[in-house]
Design a protein around this ligand. Sequence first.
Ligand code: SF4
Ligand code: SF4
Length: 306
Amino acid sequence: MIGRITTIQRMSLHDGPGIRSTVFLKGCNMHCGWCHNPETLSMNPELEWIQQKCIGCNSCTEVCPTGAFSLKDGKPDFQKNLCTSCFDCLQVCYAEAINKIGREVTPEDVFTEVEQDFPFFSNSGGGVTISGGEPMLQPEFTKQTLALFKKAGIHTALDTNLSISWKQYEKVLPFTDLVLADLKMMDNALHQKWTGRHNTTILENIYKLDASGVPYFIRTPVVPDINDNEAEISAMAAFVASLKNVKNYELLPFHTLASCKYTNLKLKNPMGQTQDLSKERLERFQEIVKYTINHREKGGQTEDTE
Ligand code: SF4
Ligand code: SF4
């Protein structure tokens, strides 16, 4: 069993409880405009060029068979659309300005790499998280990897957009201690526009997850000019309040830290001019969520959602 991953991130504090090792799988069936991990969008291995590290030795332009690396105004330049991912340039770039993103591993490889982190897990209540990309595009690899850690007594989490057929989730949930489920927008047309998919399957799957008995969190990326308005946040909070078994609802503020990834991968950044979500706006939305959920729990109705 082989899976495609980009990296295993150690000491993560944002992918579930405690200190975690997060395995990022390659490939996603959504293309969210605000994606913080654009290197995981494509299922295929790809090249990253860190221009700041380039010393202009021209070795890449000499070996590149397609002209993807060529001279422009006397300096090396990379044109992604010409690259066939042969990675000949990788071998000759001693400045390490060129990286290959994506590698193939077995579940056992992942287990061996993460094993050294087990002491951190036990001291912090952490574990391993399978993320992406969308890990459920590689359901058998995800299942077998989760199963290995579960068998070893390690806490397992699955970070998913919940847009895959529920039949696939049924296969992995027996090996999953916690699901981190995304809820991006209630407005279906906007959801389609900004992610490339409608939210109908996601909402249905959240209800199924709620009934499954597997603990889960819901998380919403809050993105300026997309879903950072009170009506949308209130609608999502009301939906979350209608669920019986959700353990936590978290708002994740948009930030611009990923913009250099788009530059290095030569991908268009749909959020190119967008600024970080401010602390004040995040706090305002957190208040709305708290009010909406508390009000529903007391049997009341919120003004915004009726
Ligand atoms: S991976 Fe191959 S085709 Fe792409 S830039 Fe490098 S040498 Fe050229
Ligand atoms: S081989 Fe590396 S350092 Fe040399 S020109 Fe190409 S990218 Fe720059």
